[in-house]
Design a protein around this ligand. Sequence first.
Ligand code: FAD
Ligand code: NA7
Length: 619
Amino acid sequence: AKDRLSSQTLPENSATGSTSTAITEPRARLQAYVDSHSVVIFSKSTCKRCTEVKKLFKSMCVPYFLLELDQTEDSWLVSKPIGSGVTALGHSPVLFSERRKLCGHGPTLKAYQEGSLQKLLKMNGSEDLPGTYDYDLIIIGGGSGGLAAAKEAAKYNKKVMVLDFVTPTPLGTKWGLGGTCVNVGCIPKKLMHQAALLGQAVRDSRNYGWNVEEKVGHDWGKMTEAVQNHIGSLNWGYRVALREKKVTYENAYGQFVGPHRIKTTNNKGKEKIYSAERFLIATGERPRYLGIPGDREYCISSDDLFSLSYCPGKTLVVGASYVALECAGFLAGIGLDVTVMVRSILLRGFDQDMANKIGEHMQEHGVKFIKQFVPIKVEQIEAGAPGRLKVVAKSTNSDKIIEGEYNTVLLAIGRDACTRKIGLEAVGVKINEKNGKIPVTDEEQTNVPYIYAIGDILEGKPELTPVAIQAGRLLAQRLYAGSTVKCDYENVPTTVFTPLEYGACGLSEEKAVEKFGEENIEVYHSYFWPLEWTVPSRDSNKCYAKIVCNMKDSERVVGFHILGPNAGEVTQGFAAALKCGLTKQQLDSTIGIHPVCAEVFTTLSVTKRSGGSILQAGC
Ligand code: FAD
Ligand code: NA7
């Protein structure tokens, strides 16, 4: 990255024509500003280009002295040049750094993109920068976000490297390229959920005339092998895709060691140093542990579950997050004895009406819940695959202690951002010390301008694969293809794959009430009974549809919620409608598809406020 900024000191009084005597005094004043501040911006408050440049300096956290020329007594400056080469103040800002004049808007932005502005401003030890960089972009983390950004940047002929390294779990589980979603998240989770749904389908099939033997067993080993084979093919596909796109992939752990420099360590302990003009942190999260005796020795996390070499048997799931409930759901669905230990509420952050209905449904289908308890000790009674474990737990609202015996204890009590061991202090990237998350601008830039971050490690953003992918792609397009499109983190749809699936987009009822006030919210809702479930005569009036509307804004739909089969498929389409500003009236004028579950949204007529009956008897 070459320094392409021209520089000069403020010229002598060289302005032309009759104004030359008149400007002597203001010129001295301007020169004094330039002399006494390391960065000075002369701007016009109404000028868009000036605003962009001010925003840039703010985002870089570079302090500057600002003179809004249209708001000073030196108003003549707006229409007159202040020196040779310093023109058109009305259309572009004029900048000085260390008494050197920088060119206006365009060149400044370009210099920033190339990194030479940062160098000129001597940011983050940039004096010590390598003359040329090994890579244009080094991405730390080859998961959903990192791989998407790498492939996109490579499209624009950038030299890109991806570092991906999986630190094994306390029990030694590790996996291949692709990150959480592919290896220990969305993919195996959804496939195991499907295994459970098939169990239900086998039972239903008897009512549809299939002669299925009374006892139908499930083979954990076969399921896990098939799931892992699929994951293996995905891992391979990612490697091939990187090679085809000429992205360098290193299976090594990355740690910043200084400005623009990273150290990589492979599984044999071999270290290398690389430099890059820019870096992208996409290191994701890993499961949290309880910090009680026996947790790391005897408990597993979702990182171990999907490749467990033996059937987990009687399982205690600790936590009530979506990961906890999804795992509990499919384990029960394949016939295991499952108990969930809940510290406070189910699915914190999700609509609680929906969360409680999920809990009731799981309970009716055999999942046991121990509420308001937390484990305090896990002991091994007998080693084995699975062995036997004793769990001692304490009530959260009394001194009551309980004990239970399980084959497996699965911890799903949240995930920690992988940001504390990657040398961020060496480059000055700030994290939220409480949760390790990285705050970024709306362009995914950290407080260190040449370092960006995306995915699960971002503060206050949805932790979902498509979000990480979208952010990564758009970032690469902005950095290398002149795009200005930013990632929109609003109205992101999601689905919880519990036995009764839950799809949601927009606000929960609680959040909508908080935001708009209860009196301004109308909630329309209804139970429904999927036609397919009527013949086996199961789960009547368990599925549920709800929309939350803002009465002050033409009953715009601000929250969409569905509990039922294929909730993700249903929610995806409605999410597009919400993005387009869907109103209740538009939903009413939409003709349904019969006979499907989603048609219920075109006929919602009962408001929660009215207390009217919402039970349905079929079509
Ligand atoms: P990740 O995909 O986690 O990738 C980060 C990568 O960086 C990892 O491979 C990690 O090993 C590597 N790494 C970390 N530190 C370093 C380092 N210093 N050097 C080199 N490499 C490093 N999302 C959905 O959208 N739908 C779902 O249904 C869904 N289900 C989920 C189920 C479970 C059980 C879990 C745990 C998550 C689920 N998610 C789901 C969330 C989804 O997996 C994440 O949002 C997504 O993977 C985040 O992508 P990322 O790029 O931020 O990080
Ligand atoms: P969350 O959403 O942070 O949920 C953590 C859950 O675990 C929640 O139910 C907590 O209960 C519970 N928890 C937390 N600490 C404990 C202890 N010490 N004991 C018992 N229970 C506890 O995490 P997720 O697993 O959903 O994962 C977050 C991201 O990972 C998600 O967005 C996906 O991207 C994947 P609480 O409600 O706090 O009482």
